[in-house]
Each structure stands twice: as structure tokens, then as C-alpha cells.
Write a protein that binds this ligand. Structure first.
Ligand code: ADP
Ligand code: MG
Length: 649
């Protein structure tokens, strides 16, 4: 196809009149940056441009097939959907055509001028890495920039397209440097025809054997025929052309899974786990779903939408079927193909379709049982999964009452004693101390040195393990989870610790002697507590002695039934309105500081110093908890006063 006429006779219709001249558009800044990278490409793996273009062609045919269910006219006369590749050695062009849905003028501007997907920030980060020579070119597809990879091999790209059902056709052209142009071209056939003007150095891509090889490697799973036209116009079909999931599991190679995964998932990397299932009986459906081996960049998008595509009798229906797969499995990629739905099912009614809900729960059940198998058989490999997606899977404990028990079994935690290992709740319960009735946990930020929290000291001393709850989602499921194997979950920063009944494993003779000494000063300790309480007044809810502490003199805890301290901080970080709750100050009666203070309580003239000490104890506990001090000036004054006195200055 030659250049479209620049000037056209004005015709009726505004769009026509406007489109007569080629319009020049600028690429979005991010696209320009990406294109620069493509053009100056250092990537070794240039082959992937063909995979990206075939992947797009296949998506476009899927979309047309779906649209034609309700509007058969869109497809009549040209209903054999396929991808065609033509290599013209003389012109040094490689042309990839499809007769799919095509693009309108606005589609072109939108789809081939911007990076419309969310996660642009993540993308830019990746770009920067690539800039610095650390990037992996196969990451390109992840960000929905597959088309732009054409510029790795082409100095100019032309695209002729007509959207199904529309009269107007278009020619898009770009040399990839900042700008592209669009002009009217009514000779364009339905679908898209992409002409790559290859750089001299890339002429190898015109070799038939090379093309055969690339298609065989990357695109064999594509469910459409991919035809290679030779100079004489004879067509050779390069792939099997049947949907991968309809083939027997034993006949699908790891490479085919990998490429299909990349196609449906828009993710690089390999599937970490593959679930290929076929159900017959009450309903018939096939699922081919994958757990990726890396986090998709939009994993924590607030929308939490899953990306499993729904097909009906091999026809793509939608990838936005809410409720088909629950939000806590939104990292899954793949397809579910259902035989029992009518093809003309409208996307709108899918949400509430009871059949789909049943199919979805069948697939979920299978995924969870496969995950369980992996966890049992390959615990180390399972850790990789857990590190990527554990925080997401835990959302299900909160949401999915029917699968809660299974999800709790799948959950893994770090703990006081676990080191770099991941513990299951079963592991924890098996190792519980004699007489231990609850599963103890500590919530907080892993990076903030959770394992150094003073509240852990008493547990450490008694050899009782404490699970670390470091994901924000833990704050949601824990209050609703109830218990595990009849063992309730108990926060160690809340309520009384109740540790006296466990014997200390670390107690030395000296300490035992020290304890006898404490006993003698019980009365004084009570007085100290009363005095601290009086001094701090409204600033605390209560002051009491603690069995939690062995090394630190004080700590803060939430009273039974109050909001967890870590949760309150989390809400504050997310700008949620919180009314700060008063906390309980716990005092270590065995600490030399508190013991010294206790002996001062009855002595004359010590009250001013004791009052300062009471405030300092509270501030110290706040600092240990990672809270900011409400009155740092007073803290500083008191500390300076005290130091001056001890140093005898
Ligand atoms: P992605 O495929 O991940 O969306 P691409 O950069 O490969 O990203 O393509 C961008 C968009 O351009 C596609 O989402 C699609 O809307 C449109 N597009 C690309 N190729 C075609 C085609 N052959 N037919 C119709 N639309 C296409
Ligand atoms: Mg694409």
C-alpha cells in the first residue's frame, strides 16, 4: 500500500473533513523516552517484537469475535480470523496483518501515543534501570508497551487500520522520534496492517527460516492461524492454531506454557505454578491459570481486580468479570473457558451469574489445594510464592469465610525464633509451651526492628514464641479470624501478659536472688506505681507492673478491648482520623531503675525528682514504641536536669 493522499476532496461529515490532512501528534513523554531506548536498543533479544505484534493481533481478533456475537455484520464476508506475515526483501519491509477489531482515529491516539495503563511510575523506574544497563528487555510487555518494541528493528513503522463497523480507515506513521502522524486512508481493510521498514542491520528478520523459528518459539500457543506468505502469495501456516487449553495437558510443553503465560499475563518471567483443569458433570469448563513468579506491578492497585480472562466456547468474552476470581487471588493469570454459557451473554449480567460463581469457586478450590501441595512438598519453593503474594492471600482470611481455614493453613509467618524461616500456624501450635493456650503475636513494622520490642522480653525469657504480624492486612484479619485449632490469637501489646504461669528458661541464680529482693520491696513498688499514676494523670489509662519485661524498665500496651497501637499508627500514616487512645504504662519491677525509684518513694524531699522520673519513664516507653513525643521540649528539659544531677555538675 502506498502513501495515502495528503489532500482529499472534502466530504460530508466533520471527521472526514478534519482528517483530510495528516495530523501530527506528539508522543507522551514516557513513550518518547521508551522509544529512544528502543531505537538505541542494546537489547539482545530483539525477536520479541514479533511476539508482541502477534499477541496484539490475537487480542484484536478476540475482541472482534466477541463484538460479532451481538453484531454479526461486523465480521460477515471476512470471518476467518488470522494473522498474516509477509516479508518483502526488496522493499526491506516486514508486514504483520490481522483482520481483527482494528482501531478508530481516537483509538490510535490513545493506544499508540500514550502508556494508558496504571503503574506508569513503576514503569519509569524500570526504564531507568534499563537506562543504566540493568534492565531486562522482556519486561517490556509487562507495561503494555509491546507495540513500541517494533522500533527495535524498524526505522519507520506504518500502520493501516480500520475499526470493524466503521467506514473511515487510517494510516498511522512514525519514525519513533517524538512524533507520529495520522491521516485518513479509506483503503485500509478491517483490522490492522503493520508495515515495519527494517533497518539495514535487521534485514535478517526477512529470512523465512528466522520467522518460522520465532513464531515457533514465541507464538505457537496462539489460537489463530499465523500464516506466512511467500513472494508468490502462497501461504504456509506456522502454528497449530488451536487454543492451548483445549490440548491435552500431557502435550503442552513447558515452553508453550511459558509463552502462553506471557501472552495472557502481560508479564515476563515464568509461571511459578500452572493449574490446568477440565471439569465435566454439572457444568463443563476448562481453566488454565498460572501463578506468576514475580509481583505484577499493579498488585496493590486499590481496585484489586483480577486478570483471569473469561472465554465461552473458545470465544474471548472479557477480562473484567468481577467475582469470577476473588480479589485475594488477583495475582493469578490465565483463562477460564466455559461451555455452558450462551455466547451472547452480556458482560453486564456476568457479575451476578450463579453459574460463573460456581465455576469460580471450583477453580479457587483447585488453586488452593495445589498451593497446599506445593507448600507440603516444596516448602522452599513455596516461600518464594509467599514472599511475593502472601500479603495478598491473607486478604482472603478476612474476606472469604468459606476458604478461611484453608487460607490459614497456607499462611506463613516470621517469629521471634524463626530467623529467616517461614512458620505455618501448624508449626507454631506444635511448638507451643506447656500450658500455653493462645497464639501470641506482635504487630508492627518489620523494618522498624520489631524483634527488639520490649514487650517481647518476657516471652524470650520463657522460651515462648511470638508470631510477627508485619503486613498491614494482618490488622484486618486478626480481629475477625477467631482462632486456629481452638487456639485464640492474642496480641502481646494488648491486655495483661499473664506470663507468670510459665517458667523462665533463662533465669540465673543471680536473678532468682534479685527476685527475692523485689519481693521485699513490694510495698514500695506499689507506692511507686500509685505515685506515677497520680503524676501522669490523664496521659495514661493505667500504670501497673509487668511480667512482659526483663531488660527494659517500661513499655506501653493497649488495654484489653482497645485499638492495637500499631493499627492506630497505621491509620494515622494513611491520614485516617484517629482519636488517640490512652495506653497502659507497664513497669518492670525487677529493673534496677524502678527498684531505685521505689526505694525513693518514702524518702523526704524526693518528690520533684520522682515526678520528673515518672514523665521520663512514660516518654521512654513512647520512644520504644516508635511514637513521637507529644512534648519533646519538656522531655529534653527533664533529661538534661537529671543528667546534670547524676554527673554532679
Ligand atoms: P498491550 O497489548 O499490552 O495493551 P501494546 O503496546 O502491545 O500494549 O498495544 C497497545 C494497544 O494498542 C493495545 O491495547 C490495543 O488497544 C492497540 N493495538 C495494538 N495492536 C493492535 C491491533 N493489531 N489491532 C487493534 N488494536 C491494536
Ligand atoms: Mg500487546
Amino acid at each position: 500500500m502506498g502513501e495515502a493522499p495528503v489532500e482529499e476532496a472534502p466530504e460530508s461529515g466533520k471527521a472526514k473533513a478534519e482528517a483530510a490532512k495528516p495530523e501530527t501528534h506528539e508522543f507522551q513523554a514516557e513513550v518518547s523516552k521508551l522509544l529512544d531506548l528502543m531505537i538505541n536498543s542494546l537489547y539482545k533479544d530483539k525477536d520479541i517484537f514479533l511476539r508482541e505484534l502477534i499477541s496484539n493481533a490475537s487480542d484484536a481478533c478476540d475482541k472482534l469475535r466477541y463484538a460479532a456475537i451481538t453484531e454479526p455484520d461486523l465480521i460477515t464476508g471476512d470471518s476467518d480470523l488470522k494473522v498474516t506475515i509477509e516479508a518483502d526483501k526488496e522493499a526491506r519491509t516486514l508486514t504483520i496483518s490481522d483482520n481483527g477489531i482494528g482501531m478508530s482515529h481516537d483509538d490510535l491516539v490513545q493506544n499508540l501515543g500514550t502508556i494508558a495503563r496504571s503503574g506508569t511510575e513503576a514503569f519509569l523506574k524500570q526504564l531507568k534501570k534499563t537506562d543504566e544497563g540493568e534492565g531486562d528487555p522482556s519486561l517490556i510487555g509487562q507495561f503494555g508497551v509491546g507495540f513500541y518494541s517494533s522500533f527495535m528493528v524498524a526505522s519507520k513503522v506504518e500502520l493501516f487500520t480500520r475499526r470493524a463497523g466503521e467506514d473511515a480507515g487510517w494510516r498511522w506513521e512514525s519514525k519513533g522520534r517524538g512524533k507520529f502522524s495520522i491521516q485518513s486512508d479509506d483503503s485500509a481493510a478491517r483490522g490492522a496492517r503493520i508495515v515495519l521498514h527494517l533497518r539495514k542491520s535487521e534485514a535478517d528478520f526477512l529470512d523465512v527460516s528466522r520467522i518460522r523459528h520465532i513464531v515457533g518459539t514465541y507464538s505457537d500457543h496462539i489460537a489463530l492461524p499465523i500464516e506466512l506468505l511467500d513472494d508468490g502469495g502462497a501461504a504456509e501456516t506456522l502454528n497449530e492454531g488451536s487454543a492451548l487449553w483445549t490440548r491435552p495437558a500431557s502435550e503442552i510443553s513447558a515452553e508453550q506454557h511459558q509463552e502462553f503465560f506471557r501472552h495472557v499475563a502481560h508479564l515476563p518471567g515464568d509461571p511459578w505454578m500452572t493449574v490446568h483443569m477440565h471439569a465435566e458433570g454439572r457444568f463443563e469448563y476448562t481453566a488454565l491459570v498460572y501463578v506468576p513468579d514475580m509481583r505484577p506491578f499493579d498488585l496493590f492497585d486499590p481496585a484489586r481486580t483480577h486478570r483471569v480472562r473469561l472465554y465461552v466456547k473458545r470465544v474471548f468474552i472479557t477480562d473484567e468479570c468481577e467475582g469470577l476470581v476473588p480479589g485475594y487471588l488477583r495475582f493469578m493469570r490465565g483463562i477460564i473457558d466455559c461451555n455452558d454459557l450462551p455466547l451472547n451473554v452480556s458482560r453486564e449480567t456476568l457479575q451476578h451469574n450463579p453459574l460463573l460463581a460456581k465455576i469460580g469457586s471450583g477453580v479457587v478450590k483447585r488453586i488452593l489445594s495445589e498451593l497446599d501441595k506445593k507448600a507440603q512438598k516444596e516448602p522452599e519453593k513455596y516461600s518464594e510464592f509467599w514472599e511475593n503474594f502472601g500479603a495478598v492471600l491473607k486478604e482472603g482470611i478476612y474476606e472469604a469465610s468459606d476458604n478461611r481455614a484453608k487460607l490459614m493453613k497456607l499462611a506463613r509467618f516470621r517469629s521471634l525464633t524463626s530467623g529467616e524461616n517461614w512458620l505455618s500456624l501448624d508449626d507454631y501450635v506444635d511448638a507451643m509451651a506447656e500450658g500455653q493456650e493462645a497464639i501470641y503475636y506482635l504487630s508492627g513494622d518489620a523494618a522498624a526492628g520489631l524483634d527488639k520490642s520490649p514487650q517481647l522480653e518476657g516471652f524470650k525469657a520463657r522460651g515462648i514464641d511470638v508470631l510477627f504480624m508485619t503486613d498491614p492486612v494482618d490488622q484486618f484479619w486478626l480481629p475477625t479470624a477467631g482462632d486456629f485449632e481452638a487456639k485464640p490469637f492474642r496480641s502481646i501489646t494488648q491486655g495483661s501478659a499473664d506470663l507468670e504461669k510459665f517458667e523462665s528458661v533463662e533465669k540465673s541464680d543471680d536473678e532468682a536472688a534479685g527476685e527475692a529482693e523485689d519481693k521485699a520491696s513490694d510495698g514500695d513498688m506499689d507506692k511507686l506505681i500509685a505515685m506515677v499514676k497520680l503524676t501522669l494523670g490523664d496521659e495514661v489509662k493505667d500504670v501497673r507492673t509487668s511480667s512482659r519485661l526483663t531488660e527494659s524498665p517500661v513499655c506501653l500496651v493497649a488495654d484489653e478491648g482497645d485499638v492495637d497501637m500499631h493499627f492506630e499508627r497505621l491509620l494515622r500514616q494513611h491520614q485516617q482520623p484517629v482519636t488517640g487512645q490512652k495506653r497502659v504504662l507497664e513497669i518492670n519491677p525487677g529493673h534496677s531503675l524502678t527498684m531505685a525509684l521505689a526505694t525513693m518513694v518514702s524518702s523526704e524531699g524526693a518528690s520533684a525528682a520522682l515526678e520528673d522520673a515518672a514523665h521520663l519513664l512514660l516518654d521512654q516507653a513512647r520512644i520504644l514504641e516508635g511514637e513521637t513525643l507529644p512534648d519533646p521540649a519538656s522531655f529534653s528539659r527533664r533529661l538534661a536536669g537529671l543528667l546534670t544531677k547524676t554527673l554532679g555538675a
